[in-house]
Structure formats: structure tokens, C-alpha cells
Design a protein around this ligand. Structure first.
Ligand code: 5GP
Ligand code: MN
Length: 343
């Protein structure tokens, strides 16, 4: 695998001649997944490449405004699947965005992408990246994949102005993955990248409004219910968690993305260092973990929840009914008492 962070001179020649390129991002795509993918999609398309942008499943409605969103194909629709299968056959470069291993595509799309025979490139900021790619442009210090895509585009097109629609997409990735610049991952470089996006015509107030001030009443009422009735604090473990059953979600006409950010309310309780959202999803429970300081939730997600992510934000799953998943979570908390009370 060639590390394009240290050998960035190799980047322009990868894109010198027109190619057929498949871009993919992770399951339950978020602002960074879709923003970084569309930012790269627009750039490569304009350069003359033939590009397919693919996600395993649908993105939340708060991303519907993104320039070019109609180009995203989703694998869980019959038409999307056909197009993505075709793209896997005819493309000569597969670029993985915002995920560290093909498992993050879900089983069916993972199996399909494993049949791909061309060159592959990983652009990502999650811990423990897969090392079987042809090329890697990876850094766990990047606030977001969108920040890495900005740097990457600046190398492909040195001296060229970033397009305004690309700036809107990349900013969406950065502002969502940094929790609006409040997480430690937002660095001086992140802010320099945002300065570059402003110079490219970014309207940050419009992006913020499109993403954060477009709540449905159902989502706000679900949040109200969660905060009043579903938030449990375990002060002796510096821990807070929320359990959401399928019935809770149904009661508020849940749509993908509606519980985005809920886990941060648990983390915002005074004294809490570790927060978890357990959300019933079919036969499994989706786990979202957040922490403050040096408490490593990526390790906890890997060790106990078949997942992973970053130091302070990670996710995973438990193939159990919700009540048992809650018990398992509480056992994990007890087992890690010293970690939770010393960090
Ligand atoms: P969230 O809790 O918002 O779903 O995820 C938090 C972070 O962990 C995101 O950066 C997400 O990409 C990552 N993440 C979530 N689930 C998994 C997983 O199953 N495996 C890995 N490696 N990362 C995950
Ligand atoms: Mn990300």
C-alpha cells in the first residue's frame, strides 16, 4: 500500500487520464460521509472522470439540500443496486470515503466490493484503517474526511479555486463531524481549511441553517421525550445512557437521522465522561459511544460491540433484544469501573 500522505507527489498522476471511478461511503451515511463523497464527486466529474457515488443505504433528510445529492446511488434500492453492481464491474479505481474497512458497507455491499479488481484508495480518519488498499490517504488527526478531501483536492488541482458547491459539501462534513467545532478534533488546520472554503464562496450560515435548523416536529418531540424519560445517569461511573426501543421510535414517526446528536445530550450532563445511546434496530441494537478526555471509546466499541471509530466517538452493535443489550452495557460499565472513574 502506498501512503499518499507521505508520497503526495504520486496523487496528480493517478488522475491524469480519464478514469471510471467508484466512490463509496459507510452504512447510515452522515454529513461527513455524504459531504466528502459529493465534494470529491463534483471535482472528479469536472476533471473529466466518469464517477459513481454510492452509499449502502439512504442518508438523513437534513442532507437533501446538498448540491448534487441526486447523484448518490443507494445499494438498498433495486435501481441503485443495479447501478452500483455495474460500476463495480467497469470502474478501474475504487475510493473508500469515511470508513476504515469494507465491513462498514454492510454484508451485501461488502461482498460486492470485494469482487472489485481495479486500484483502490482509502481516504479516511477512523482508527485502525485496513491496509490492503493500493493507496491510502489517512490521518486520525483529521477532524473529518471532508478536511482530508479538501487537502487531497488541493493536491490534485494545485492553484485551482475550489468550486462553491464543493465548498458547501465539504463544510457540511467538517461542521457535522466536529460538532460545530467543539470537539478536540477541530485543529488549527481545520480552521485554515474552513478559511479556504470561505474564500471559495462558502456560505456557512446557509449550510448551518440547512443542517441544524430543519428539525421536524417529530424529532424535537422525540428529543423532549428522551430527555425527560429515557436518560439514565450513573454518577458513580461518570456515565449516562439512553435506551430507545422500536416502539419509542415508532411513536414519534422515526426517520433516519432523527436520533443524530442525542448521545451528546447524555455526555453534556455535568460530571459525565462516558455516554451511550442504545437504539433498537430490527434484531440488533445500535450502539453509539461518546467520551471526554482520554477515555478511548474506539477500544470499548471494538472490544465489546463489534464496532470502532475514534477516541471520543465510536459505534457498534449488539445482536440482542434491547433489555439484554442494556444489561450487557451495564456489565461493560461495571467491568471498566476504574477506567471510567480515573479518566
Ligand atoms: P455514530 O455513533 O455517530 O454512529 O458513530 C460515531 C463514529 O464511530 C463515527 O465516526 C462512525 O463512523 C464510527 N462508527 C460507528 N459505527 C462503527 C462501526 O461499527 N465500526 C467502525 N469502525 N466505526 C464505527
Ligand atoms: Mn467522518
Amino acid at each position: 500500500m502506498k501512503d499518499l500522505r507521505s508520497e503526495s507527489h504520486l496523487i496528480p498522476e493517478i488522475f491524469e487520464l480519464p478514469r471510471r471511478i467508484l466512490l463509496t461511503t459507510h452504512k447510515s451515511p452522515d454529513g461527513d460521509a455524504i459531504g466528502s463523497m459529493l465534494g470529491l464527486f463534483h471535482t472528479l466529474t469536472e476533471m473529466g472522470h466518469t464517477v459513481t457515488a454510492a452509499a449502502p443505504d439512504n442518508f438523513p433528510a437534513f442532507l437533501n439540500w446538498m448540491p448534487g445529492i441526486e447523484n448518490v446511488r443507494t445499494f438498498d434500492t433495486p435501481e441503485g443496486r443495479i447501478e452500483i453492481e455495474h460500476a463495480v464491474q467497469v470502474s478501474d479505481l475504487h475510493i473508500s470515503l469515511d470508513y476504515n474497512a469494507l465491513q462498514r458497507l454492510g454484508e451485501a455491499m461488502q461482498q460486492l466490493c470485494e469482487t472489485f479488481t481495479g486500484e483502490s484508495l482509502l481516504i479516511d480518519h477512523h482508527r485502525e484503517p485496513c491496509t490492503t488498499y493500493t493507496y491510502s490517504y489517512h490521518s486520525i488527526d483529521a477532524s473529518s474526511t471532508a478536511e482530508l478531501v479538501y487537502d487531497f483536492i488541493s493536491i490534485i488541482l494545485p492553484g485551482h479555486a475550489i468550486r462553491t458547491d464543493v465548498a458547501q459539501c465539504l463544510y457540511a462534513g467538517i461542521v457535522t463531524d466536529t460538532g460545530s467545532f467543539r470537539f478536540p478534533s477541530a485543529s488549527a488546520h481545520t480552521l485554515r481549511v474552513v478559511a479556504g472554503l470561505k474564500e471559495a464562496g462558502l456560505n456557512h450560515a446557509e449550510v448551518y441553517n440547512n443542517i441544524f435548523d430543519t428539525n421536524s416536529l417529530d424529532r424535537l418531540r422525540l428529543l423532549g421525550y428522551v430527555l425527560s424519560s429515557k436518560l439514565t445517569v450513573l454518577p458513580e461511573f461518570n456515565t449516562a445512557y439512553i435506551c430507545l426501543s422500536a416502539a419509542d421510535l415508532e411513536r414519534f414517526q422515526y426517520k433516519p437521522g432523527d436520533s443524530e446528536g442525542f448521545v451528546n445530550y447524555a455526555l453534556s450532563v455535568e460530571g459525565v465522561q462516558f455516554a451511550c445511546l442504545l437504539k433498537e434496530n430490527g434484531s440488533e441494537v445500535r450502539i453509539s459511544l461518546r467520551s471526554k478526555g482520554q477515555l478511548d471509546v474506539n477500544s470499548l466499541a471494538r472490544q465489546y460491540f463489534s464496532g470502532g471509530g475514534h477516541l471520543n466517538a465510536a459505534g457498534g452493535r449488539l445482536p440482542l433484544p434491547l433489555a439484554q443489550a442494556e444489561q450487557t452495557f451495564l456489565e461493560v460499565v461495571h467491568h471498566n469501573r476504574s477506567l471510567l472513574t480515573n479518566s
